[in-house]
Design a protein around this ligand. Structure first.
Ligand SMILES: Nc1ncnc2c1ncn2[C@@H]1O[C@H](COP(=O)(O)OP(=O)(O)OP(=O)(O)O)[C@@H](O)[C@H]1O
Ligand SMILES: [Mg+2]
Length: 219
């Protein structure tokens, strides 16, 4: 399997707080990897470090030159622009109008795509943020708690979109506290606790009592 990103003994320290400690991990092409762990475990920090938004204080990262896209916590949107204007603004030469239309269909944005984002609900913003992360055929898509604020229908759309893009060879790193929602889409799960990678759980293991098994490991 082709390696997309590889972290080697990466540590991140904020002032005196060590948010990541000697973390090793590797992401491969076309896989969907879940990232779970308690509040403050270092999930968002790990994602930002991979994206180069937070510098590693120690260790090395291979693959940061890849085309990456992300939705970290909430999307940064321009309130006086419409959803469509966002998609057009952020699309690059690899993305044509047809692909924008497909994304709008896939995440069912049609009804509000021509409204200014200041009038969007939480879930509408989130759905546009996901569409923006999928724009331009990135090699790796990092989604930090993407199910936040999504209703069950939107969660279903997101899962379908992830699986479609995965088929096209795109990798995903997705954090969530709702383990059952990850279950149907992930190939494996990384478990982070107090800045350390404590477990790399392969799918077959997950199928048996996914939630209970992980909760026991997090305890
Ligand atoms: N910019 C920052 N400055 C100082 N400390 C930070 C900063 N960002 C994160 N931290 C600390 O690093 C640790 C990991 O935070 P992080 O946001 O990565 O956790 P998380 O696993 O994403 O948690 P949650 O599930 O609540 O989103 C926490 O102790 C947090 O207080
Ligand atoms: Mg977080």
């Amino acid at each position: 399997m082709k390696t997309i990103v590889k972290l080697n003994q990466v540590s991140v320290t904020f002032k005196k707080k060590k948010a990541l400690a000697n973390l090793d991990c590797e992401l491969f092409a076309g896989e969907v990897v879940g990232l779970v762990g308690p509040n403050g475990a270092g999930k968002t920090t790990l994602m930002k470090t991979i994206l180069g938004l937070v510098p590693a204080s120690q260790g090395s990262i291979i693959g940061q030159e890849q085309k990456m896209a992300s939705l970290i916590e909430q999307p940064g949107l321009y309130p006086f622009m419409t959803g469509l204007e966002h998609l057009e603004l952020f699309s690059d030469q690899s993305c044509n109008q047809l692909e924008i239309d497909q994304l709008i269909q896939l995440l069912d944005l049609t009804e509000f795509i021509n409204q200014k984002t200041k009038d969007y609900s939480l879930g509408m913003k989130q759905r546009l943020g996901i569409a923006l992360a999928l724009l331009n055929k990135p090699q790796l898509v990092i989604l930090d708690e993407p199910m936040n604020g999504l209703d069950p229908y939107s969660v279903k759309l997101l899962k379908e979109a992830i699986l479609i893009y995965r088929k096209a060879g795109i990798s995903f790193l997705i954090s969530s506290h709702i383990l059952s929602e990850l279950e149907q889409i992930v190939d494996r799960v990384l478990l982070v606790k107090a800045g350390e990678l404590v477990e790399n759980v392969e799918h077959p293991e997950l199928l048996n009592d996914f939630e209970e098994g992980l909760l026991a490991k997090l305890a």
